[in-house]
Ligand binder design. Structure first.
Ligand code: FAD
Length: 291
């Protein structure tokens, strides 16, 4: 099923994100975790794409398994920046052959060793080129893209970031999923600005439940997200106690999601990180709200 089919409805729903294993040996345990999450019957599950494409086969294997055996629609991620055109075209052909209907078109992070490299000769510099490549492939994919309520860390300013986002949508993105954020007001301000800029596609807010004190630093470093004082206090108080931090992180994420639903968002994407217990706890907290 194409995701746009339900994103344009008013039904409240949760979707979950999982990531593929890095090695064959980890495949079975990751597959099991993703199956446990699929049993929760989310609106869809997204499967990330490992930096540089080393795990591309697993992304497809996991996505195919969830769809075929659990009937959960999937969204397969694909990145382009450190790949050649030939490789990307081959990945697109693989997706088509695997019956993937929904693709998240991403640039990918610039590998550390290439941060200062001359990008002039690269086949892809931005996600928009992947969106165009997917469109030109002739396959009827439903294409999503990433967006950043707190602006992309490489952007000069939000106006420029939103201008490029509009170009990406105009090239063929049918929905956008946000980077994680811990203060919903940042999303509401962003929504106002992008709607004003003429971006009208559905926006899926991405919520990361922080359930482990050690996760905080890495998550903030990767995303550049602002940490509200309320969240900082919670990490300061419970960060060293795994069980307490898990409970507090799930409660914080639940609270964010309820506020998002109350303010008109219909599908919230949970960065569930292959943790069925966390996905299940959040879903249970929202049982009557989701109906
Ligand atoms: P782009 O849309 O290309 O934007 C990147 C930067 O370039 C922005 O600053 C933008 O303003 C600027 N820009 C865009 N177009 C132009 C242009 N034409 N000219 C000049 N500047 C331009 N990474 C993975 O490796 N695997 C994943 O599975 C993955 N999933 C993700 C899912 C979500 C929801 C999000 C938010 C991120 C994900 N990422 C993933 C990380 C993502 O790859 C990085 O954030 C990356 O740095 C940017 O990707 P993008 O697709 O947003 O890039």
């Amino acid at each position: 099923m194409k995701l746009t089919k339900f994103l344009n409805q008013n039904q409240l729903s949760l979707s979950f994100e999982v990531f593929p294993p890095k090695t064959d040996t980890a495949f079975d345990s990751v597959k099991h975790a993703t199956e446990e999450i699929a049993k929760l019957r989310p609106s869809f599950m997204s499967v990330t794409y490992g930096a540089g494409g080393g795990t591309s086969r697993y992304t497809l294997d996991i996505a195919k398994n969830i769809k075929a055996n659990y009937g959960v629609p999937t969204l397969a991620h694909l990145t382009c920046v450190s790949s050649t055109r030939e490789t990307v075209r081959a990945r697109i052909a693989d997706m088509r052959e695997a019956g993937i209907q929904n693709v998240m078109a991403l640039r990918g992070d610039i590998p550390k060793e290439l941060e200062n490299a001359d990008r002039g000769g690269w086949d892809y510099k931005h996600a928009i080129e992947l969106v165009r490549e997917l469109k030109e492939s002739g396959a009827d994919f439903c294409i999503g893209g990433a967006c950043y309520p707190e602006i992309h860390p490489e952007s000069e300013n939000q106006k420029e970031d939103i201008r490029y986002l509009k170009e990406k949508v105009d090239a063929g993105c049918e929905f956008l999923t946000t980077q994680m954020f811990f203060d919903n007001n940042l999303l509401y301000n962003f929504l106002y600005k992008i709607r004003e800029a003429g971006i009208t596609v559905p926006i899926i807010p991405g919520i990361m439940p922080i359930t482990n004190g050690n996760q905080v630093e890495r998550a903030i470093k990767l995303s550049g997200s602002f940490m509200p004082q309320r969240f900082k206090s919670l990490v300061d108080k419970f960060g060293t106690s795994p069980a307490a931090m898990k409970q507090a992180g799930i409660a914080y994420a639940t609270d964010q999601i309820i506020d998002l639903f109350a303010n008109g968002m219909t599908n919230v994407h949970v960065y569930s990180m292959n943790k069925p217990d966390v996905a299940e706890a959040i879903q249970r907290n929202l049982l009557d709200i989701l109906g």
